[in-house]
Design a binder for this molecule. Structure first.
Ligand SMILES: [Zn+2]
Length: 274
């Protein structure tokens, strides 16, 4: 599932070519995305415009255009946003195609259809259902130690707090496990049980694992590729995620997997005992 580093890598890999030329045509499939029909008319209103900016907040991409509207994209579970030559073979499960006058096309491919491709007025983006409640972005935003400290005044466990997009936008299963290992904190620890130095360590760990993953072009364990179809290599840098039974890099204890709220967490039971 794409998280902040994967979405950031997609954003960066779109830049060569995205701003060239105008949108000349829009095609959409008849299938809904995240249980909502694709709004063909809203997307067709982009014809004639060109892309002017590619921004990201958490796991959302915002592609602004010259007509005052923006394309809001979320990759969901299995989404791919590709910028390819128009003649390139059309992948199965392609749901949106925006052709560009340069001969290229922006394509959204999503087998599981949990993603989002919607058009909004750029000015209204911050107030949309998707973005209004999002917490700060840990790379580009205002996610600081004070914000994390306030969010940890809760009985919820650390896994749940960090997965909450209202607290911090962009973390998912992979980077929550990795950040908690870096900070030597148990995923089952309650927020209110974490003290000042540990909070600072956790804040630093979140930044560290995300920046390392961006540098490594994201984690490609299943579907994820960037906008040119290239896989990332951060899977080689993971310390705990999907490492059940492998020795902890710090203490050689075998990494364990537990399930919290229906989702897997990986951790070292020795160095993350509390
Ligand atoms: Zn360990």
């Amino acid at each position: 599932v794409p998280e902040l580093p994967e979405v950031e890598t997609v954003r960066r890999s779109l830049l060569p070519g995205l701003y060239d030329g105008t949108i000349t045509a829009v095609e959409v499939s008849r299938f809904p995305l995240r249980q909502r029909p694709i709004d063909r008319a809203a997307l067709e209103a982009l014809v004639g415009a060109r892309f002017t900016e590619a921004r990201r907040h958490g796991k959302y991409l915002m592609l602004d255009t010259s007509c005052g509207a923006s394309l809001l994209v979320h990759l969901g579970m299995s989404g791919r946003l590709l910028l390819v030559e128009r003649e390139a073979p059309l992948a199965k499960h392609t749901h949106v195609v925006l052709s560009l006058s340069t001969g290229r096309a922006l394509r959204y491919v999503d087998p599981r259809r949990f993603g989002i491709v919607r058009s909004y007025r750029t000015a209204s983006l911050p107030a949309t259902d998707e973005l209004a409640a999002l917490g700060p972005d840990p790379i580009t935003g205002t996610f600081d130690v004070a914000t994390l400290t306030a969010a940890l005044e809760t009985e919820r466990d650390l896994k749940a707090v960090l997965l909450d997009q209202k607290v911090v936008a962009g973390l998912g299963n992979i980077y929550v496990s990795e950040a908690l290992w870096e900070a030597k904190l148990s995923p089952r620890q309650r927020g209110e049980g974490v003290r000042g130095p540990q909070i600072r360590a956790l804040h630093a760990a979140i930044g560290k694992v995300l920046r390392r993953a961006v540098k490594n072009h994201g984690t490609s364990l299943s579907d994820y590729v960037d906008a040119t179809g290239q896989s990332g290599w951060n899977q080689d840098a993971l310390r705990v995620y999907e490492k059940t039974g492998a020795p902890c890099r710090r203490c050689r204890t075998k990494i364990c997997r537990i399930v919290q709220a229906g989702r897997s967490t990986y951790y070292c039971p020795t160095c993350q005992s509390r």
